[in-house]
Write a protein of this length. Structure first.
Ligand SMILES: NC(=O)c1ccc[n+]([C@@H]2O[C@H](COP(=O)([O-])OP(=O)(O)OC[C@H]3O[C@@H](n4cnc5c(N)ncnc54)[C@H](OP(=O)(O)O)[C@@H]3O)[C@@H](O)[C@H]2O)c1
Length: 243
């Protein structure tokens, strides 16, 4: 069994997968979770084919039971957690007068509530890892939309701003336990989530593998170096996008 273990939520999406691949390459046993079991298995297979150890746990992160089940399954398989990647997320755009409660709740539940509950569930094992090697990681996928509030994606942006703030807060709380917390804040990334905007942007987007490499950087910096956040933009884009 791998000597270190990582749990990646939203593991069937291209960003989660790219991060999982890097963690696998760096020697971590992997747990991937997402709602749809078929898509999750399909995503996990190439990683398994390349020799990585992968546990898949289908669960809907809008329910507390779903979140807890993912962490319980991970613990049972690996007995340790060295890197937690809270990456599951979704966005629904709407003009402010047309925000539907159903989609408001969904974005709050997946992007923020599940991330907080998952962090709560993961921290006991992360503390053990932090005490062992001083560099346990919590990586939260936020967004550039969390840095500069975008129109139309206002709810999404607000959840991602909260993710950045929560990440900062838990870093203050957990740093002395050898746990480092980082928010990733990318603009539009070339995944299914950005399909709606690709054509109008008309230039290549940030690649999922760029997020993977950002996590590799976090894995390789020393325990005395904390990286609070990594902002990724297209060249010249600045903090104005809505990804
Ligand atoms: N793509 C971009 O432009 C972009 C930019 C900035 C930040 N991000 C963030 O990056 C993260 C990954 O996004 P992506 O681009 O890889 O999108 P994606 O391809 O749509 O992947 C989203 C992942 O989250 C899972 N998920 C969604 N709702 C869920 C739920 N209720 N319970 C459990 N899992 C759920 C999805 O699987 P199921 O649907 O099967 O559940 C999938 O694995 C998200 O947090 C997103 O907000 C994306």
């Amino acid at each position: 069994m791998a000597e270190r273990a990582a749990l990646i939520t939203g593991g069937s999406g291209e960003i989660g997968l790219a991060i999982a691949r890097v963690l696998g390459e760096e020697g971590y046993g992997l747990t991937l979770s997402a709602r749809r079991p078929e898509k999750l298995e399909e995503a996990a297979q190439p990683l398994r084919d390349d020799g990585f150890e992968v546990l898949t746990v289908p669960a809907n992160m809008t329910s507390e039971e779903g979140v807890v089940a993912v962490f319980d399954a991970h613990k049972e398989r690996y007995g340790r957690l060295d890197a937690l990647v809270n990456n599951a997320g979704m966005g629904v755009g709407a003009p402010v007068e047309e925000i539907q409660t159903k989609f408001l709740d969904m974005q709050l539940d997946v992007n923020l509530r599940a991330l907080i509950l998952g962090t709560r569930e993961g921290v006991p094992l992360l503390r053990e890892a932090g005490a062992e090697h001083g560099k346990a990681l919590i990586v939260n996928t936020a967004s550039l939309a969390g840095k500069a509030g975008p129109g139309w994606l206002t709810v999404y942006g607000a959840t991602k701003a909260a993710v950045i703030n929560f990440t900062e807060g838990i870093e203050h709380e957990l740093a002395k336990s050898g746990i480092q917390c980082t928010a990733l804040a990318p603009g539009f990334v070339d995944t299914a989530m950005a399909d709606f905007i690709k054509e109008s942007i008309g230039e290549p987007l940030i690649q999922p593998s760029d997020l993977g490499e950002a996590v590799r950087f976090l894995l390789r910096t020393s325990p005395s170096c904390h990286v609070p956040e990594i902002v990724l933009t297209r060249p010249g884009e600045g903090y104005v996008s809505t990804g």
